[in-house]
Design a protein around this ligand. Structure first.
Ligand SMILES: C[S@@+](CC[C@H](N)C(=O)[O-])C[C@H]1O[C@@H](n2cnc3c(N)ncnc32)[C@H](O)[C@@H]1O
Length: 318
């Protein structure tokens, strides 16, 4: 594809779906899947997904036939993502056999024989949601996908564990962990400098005055979880690995790659340690590599599954 003129975040999340499908750690997901089919319609599994974007994780779990009797609450602070989620689900459902039943503007059901999935959507800031819900609601499973490196996870994790039922699980996935690889090289020293500064920009990034997880969020998550009293049941890598096939990329992955390069550009375009002209040429060369179907992109990420403060005996003994 040619270099995009617009970089819509929603289009990026749509393009990211197939990348993440392949990246998610199979063993961790398999361990989770044993837990998902454990409920009846009268006593559905209550799942909370935070930072749910446009709902790709929900679609993924449906595509994998992992959801049965479930109430799925998906929250994101960006109202345009939340609004688009319903459209995304409806478009997906057109090719599926689910009955789509609208409850109200923010809630709908997906129904098949033996499956009843109620989806509740809300545009809300995570901390506001936690403060409101913690005294009144608990969940069987909390999912955070491509999210925990965007917040200060050492602060957020104890609050998320508080939202879990005694035997509830967390499934925290695609947590970035310190490696961004772009091949083939352009100028090895400059390549290295750009990636180092890009990682540093993550380390110094703040959202609303609070630090985010930084470029090594993945490796730090283990002790943050253990310090908060969690028990890790399964963990593994979920690296993004994109490479050309037959001179191009799968699905909408060329857009995904252009978006990544554009993100690096936006992050570093005014960086005092980079020569602006050299950086602009470097960015254009990376976009051209994508257009020619030459670029390989790898990012190291981690997935973790575990229980909150109490152990799930039947899972931890396996
Ligand atoms: C990288 S995107 C991932 C979205 C989705 N999980 C996916 O992978 O397709 C992170 C999402 O988290 C949301 N987000 C970031 N900080 C948040 C916060 N403090 N509270 C709620 N949502 C937040 C953003 O609006 C964005 O949609």
């Amino acid at each position: 594809m040619t270099i995009p003129e617009n970089y819509s975040f929603i289009q990026y999340l749509k393009a990211k779906k197939t990348v993440d499908d392949i990246a998610l750690n199979f063993h961790v997901l398999k361990r989770l899947s044993k837990f998902l089919n454990s409920r009846s319609k009268e006593n559905p599994l209550r799942i909370l997904e935070i930072g749910s974007g446009i709902g790709t994780m929900l679609v993924r779990l449906l595509e994998k036939n992992l959801l049965y009797h479930t109430v799925y609450t998906a929250i994101d602070r960006d109202i345009s993502n939340v609004r688009y989620t319903k459209q995304y689900l409806v478009d997906w459902d057109v090719q599926q056999d689910y009955i789509f039943e609208e409850n109200n503007q923010h809630s709908f059901n997906l129904i098949q024989p033996g499956k009843h999935i109620q989806v509740n959507l809300e545009a809300v800031e995570l901390m506001e949601f936690i403060l409101r819900e913690r005294p009144i609601h608990k969940w069987d499973l909390v999912i955070a996908h491509a999210f925990l490196d965007l917040v200060d996870s050492s602060l957020v994790i104890p609050d998320l564990l508080d939202l879990l039922e005694d035997e509830g699980l967390f499934y925290f996935t695609l947590i970035f962990d310190g490696a961004t690889i772009l091949e083939p090289p352009i100028q090895p020293e400059f390549d290295h400098q750009v990636i180092t500064l890009y990682h540093q920009s993550m380390d110094f990034r703040e959202t609303n005055g609070t630090p985010t997880g930084g470029s090594r969020s993945g490796r730090r998550i283990f002790h943050q979880l253990m310090n908060a009293g969690a028990n890790i049941l399964s963990a593994g890598s979920s690296d993004w690995v994109l490479y050309p096939q037959d001179g191009g990329y799968r699905a909408d992955e060329a857009f995904f790659l252009h978006f990544i390069i554009h993100t690096i550009y936006e992050e570093l375009k005014n960086h005092p340690q980079l020569d602006p002209q050299q950086f602009k040429i470097w960015i254009n060369q990376r976009h051209s590599q994508i257009e020619r179907g030459e670029m390989v992109f790898i990012a190291h990420q981690l997935d973790v599954l575990g229980t909150g403060k109490q152990k799930m005996k039947h899972l931890s003994n396996e």
